[in-house]
Ligand binder design. Structure first.
Ligand SMILES: *Cc1c(COP(=O)(O)O)cnc(C)c1O
Length: 368
């Protein structure tokens, strides 16, 4: 029995993968499982998705990659951002694919690979407007010329990343695609063919169909979410995660009772207050204080007072028969009512991704 847990519906994840595949047809799918699969449990999700035949797995760093290798995952793994030099030995030793951004990085990685007498599969990352990682398109020419000398690196792909989420400017994304195509053309002229080309994350997969190339990199859609979706595509997906807790303590208080740290809330009338064993240590943020709602016996109840490290207080006056031990839904559905992750993110002045990644270590992951 858990005090706070995330209930993760595996069939929803399978459903979402099928929806992605329906969308992209024969295009290969990389499941992006960084940040512990956005809180869903990287090993568990990797096993599930590998069994479903995803073509590749994306992770954030070499530690995440090793966790999956140690769990016996043999699917190709790419670190979707970049690596630091200190990560090179284990990247090489464990056959992890990486993106390259500079000639210097390529030389260092090649030296490590030569030392270990191995070959590393690399992707060239092109910055077409995200402004975060990758080389400029025109730098691809000297880079690719240099790459020829680096015998222990095998160029297997090229990629770029769109800046599009939440800011829909189709023209900007179109320009990013054009710049990427220019870099790809250069690579092909230099004799690099058969490369895996990839650019689209979930929002691009569902937002536009002209940038699939031959692989897409989907994270959030696998979990059933399309933040900022304006096309109604989110309806094809099923949220996989619900966050739940239980009533630990209940009390009836008179009007004017202060609740929680700093007395940010005084009961305006006699009230029944429930204390839940979930707090910011679990990722239920202080910014949810006096703003969020939870579901108890299918009824929306407001969070009152400040969320603390381990506890959250809720006014349950609308649920007279509430009892200690009752299940409480912080994200998810209970009866007719649903509290969506998007709603929680809005209350928290955050984004759904950040809420998922922020779910704490203490939150048990329960798979159904
Ligand atoms: C996280 C990430 C993705 C996946 O993004 P979603 O919006 O979750 O689909 C794809 N590509 C890169 C480079 C990423 O960092």
């Amino acid at each position: 029995m858990h005090r706070v847990w995330a209930e993760i519906d595996k069939s929803a994840v399978r459903h979402n993968l099928a929806a992605i595949r329906q969308r992209v047809g024969d295009t290969r799918v990389m499941a992006v499982l960084k940040a512990n699969a956005y809180g869903h449990g990287a090993v568990e999700m990797a096993k599930l998705l590998a069994a479903e035949g995803v073509d590749a797995i994306g992770v954030g760093d070499s530690g995440e990659a090793l966790e999956l290798r140690d769990a016996g995952i043999t699917t190709p793994i790419l670190i979707v951002g970049g690596i630091i030099p200190g990560e090179m030995p284990r990247v090489v030793a464990n056959e992890i694919e990486v993106n390259l951004h500079t000639v210097q990085m390529a030389e260092e990685l090649n030296a490590e690979a030569a030392k270990q007498q191995r070959s590393v599969r690399v992707h060239l990352k092109v910055d077409t407007g995200m402004g975060r990682l990758g080389m400029q398109p025109f730098e691809a020419v000297p880079f690719l010329h240099n790459l020829r000398r680096l015998r222990n690196l095998e160029l297997v792909g090229m990629c770029t990343h769109f800046s599009l989420p939440y800011e829909r400017n189709p023209a900007f994304t179109t320009r990013q695609i054009e710049h990427f195509n220019l870099a790809v053309e250069v690579a092909e002229r230099l004799g690099y063919t058969g490369l895996t080309l990839h650019s689209s994350s979930s929002l691009a997969v569902f937002g536009r169909d002209d940038a699939y190339f031959n692989m897409v990199r989907t994270g959030v859609a696998l979990w059933g979410l399309l933040p900022g979706d304006e096309h109604g595509n989110a309806e094809q997906l099923k949220p996989a995660l619900q966050l739940k807790s239980r009533v630990l303590f209940l009390k009836d208080v008179p009007e004017g009772t202060p609740i929680g740290y700093s007395r940010t809330y005084y009961t305006p009338a006699p009230a029944r207050i429930a204390t839940l064993p979930v707090g910011y240590n679990d990722g239920y943020r202080t910014s949810l204080s006096n703003r969020a709602e939870v579901l108890l016996r299918g009824v929306r109840c407001p969070v009152v007072g400040r969320v603390s490290m381990d506890y959250t207080t809720v006014d349950v006056s609308l649920v007279p028969d509430a009892a200690v031990g009752d299940e409480v839904t912080l994200i998810g559905r209970d009866g007719e009512e649903e509290i969506t992750l998007a709603e929680v993110a809005r209350w928290a002045d955050s984004i759904p991704y950040e809420i998922l990644c922020g779910l704490g270590r203490r939150v048990a992951r329960v798979y159904i």
